[in-house]
Design a protein around this ligand. Structure first.
Ligand code: UDP
Ligand code: MG
Length: 343
């Protein structure tokens, strides 16, 4: 029986890379997989403004196996992958970047591991990529995350992975909106394994992940998977209480033995400033959790689709967050739905 393999690639201003990325996927499919698998490529345009949309549209019109999902604005890498997962029809779904950093040659190896019985195949970076700061931050993130979170993630496993349709369905059923896929997929369980790859340098264009984006994703990861920072605050509070009591006892003993308490006032001021600082940090950490709760409570969709180009199967054409609504009109290259995205 022939199976369908879906490749999902998020695209944000990748006009120089898209066509080559598609050609490489197509070539690998033809050479190594076409005897057993049909191909579906879902390109998710995450609000590109550099003309990528037109190139993507041409690809989707020209090739039957290419489907294009255009988001209403830039929702971010994780949301774009989620949109791709939502529309994928494949028995297995592989997500990979569209800037050619994830080598398509690894896909057959990932498929082989799936055929051996694994439901999730992570492609793990053999070498770190990016500048010194990025490498250091990335390593520190994985270490601290795995220390505090009961769900462990493989260091160097970005969003280059294969999952089965069953895992995708389980993932789509999770109700949360603030998604850190790298944590959610291990959380689901299933049988998983890894293959390694050496990331290539970006073909063209600028990396979209700036420091503050990565920081934001780390906050989503922590608030989504660990309450350790909140517990840590309690431990810190108790510690400071003990230190303050100890210091008061010292002052009292000093006064009893004829010393002058006034002598210690700078250290008292220092302690006050320190505790104030700690309180502010404590409030800040709590505010991050509170902000995530507010986002979840609002139940806003993770992404909004403006248009779908290509032959997406009817049952898959409903935006995940509004499953009770009727399916939109049949596939067309004209806008099928335009929803206003609240920020
Ligand atoms: N991307 C996206 N939306 C964004 C940022 C990035 O869809 O808001 C896509 C981008 O086009 C690329 C992938 O996500 O295919 C990874 O982005 P990037 O190369 O900038 O990240 P890095 O490889 O530096 O981690
Ligand atoms: Mg990249």
């Amino acid at each position: 029986m022939r199976r369908l393999i879906t490749i999902v690639a998020p695209v944000y201003n990748e006009r120089e890379n898209i066509e080559l990325a598609h050609r490489q996927i197509e070539a690998i499919h033809e050479e190594r997989l076409a005897d057993r698998f049909d191909l579906e490529v879902i390109l998710v345009d995450d609000g590109s403004t550099d003309g990528s949309t037109e190139i993507l549209r041409r690809l989707a019109v020209k090739h039957d196996h290419v489907r294009l999902v255009i988001l209403a604005r830039n929702f971010g890498h994780q949301a774009a992958i989620s949109a791709g997962y939502h529309y994928a029809n494949g028995d297995v779904i592989v997500t990979m970047d569209s800037d050619l950093q994830h080598p398509a040659e690894k896909i057959p190896e990932m498929v082989t591991r799936w055929q051996e019985g694994y439901d999730v195949v992570y492609a793990v970076r053999e070498a770190d990529h990016g500048g010194f700061l990025k490498r250091w931050c990335s390593r520190a993130f994985y270490r601290v995350f795995n220390l505090f979170s009961p769900t462990k993630i493989l260091p160097g496993s970005a969003d280059f992975r294969l999952i089965t349709r069953q895992v995708r369905d389980a993932l789509n059923q999770l109700p949360e909106r603030c998604r850190f896929l790298r944590g959610l997929i291990p959380w689901l369980g299933f049988r998983s394994t890894e293959v390694t790859y050496t990331p290539r340098p970006r073909m063209a264009g600028e990396p979209k992940y700036r420091f503050f984006h990565s920081l934001g994703l780390s906050v989503t990861a922590f608030t989504g998977f660990s309450v350790a920072p909140l517990r840590g605050l309690l431990v810190l509070g108790v510690l400071f209480l003990l230190v303050s009591v100890g210091y008061l006892v010292y002052c009292f003993a000093d006064w009893l033995t004829g010393g002058t308490v006034v002598r210690g006032w700078p250290s008292i001021v220092a302690l006050i400033v320190l505790t104030q600082g700690l309180m502010l940090i404590a409030f800040g950490i709590q505010a991050e959790y509170l902000a995530k709760i507010i986002q979840e409570v609002k139940q806003r969709p993770e992404f909004v689709v403006r248009e779908v180009v290509g032959d997406i199967r009817e049952q898959n054409r409903v935006v995940r967050d509004t499953p009770e609504q009727p399916a939109p009109d049949p596939p067309t290259t004209e806008p099928t739905s335009a929803q206003e995205a609240e920020t």
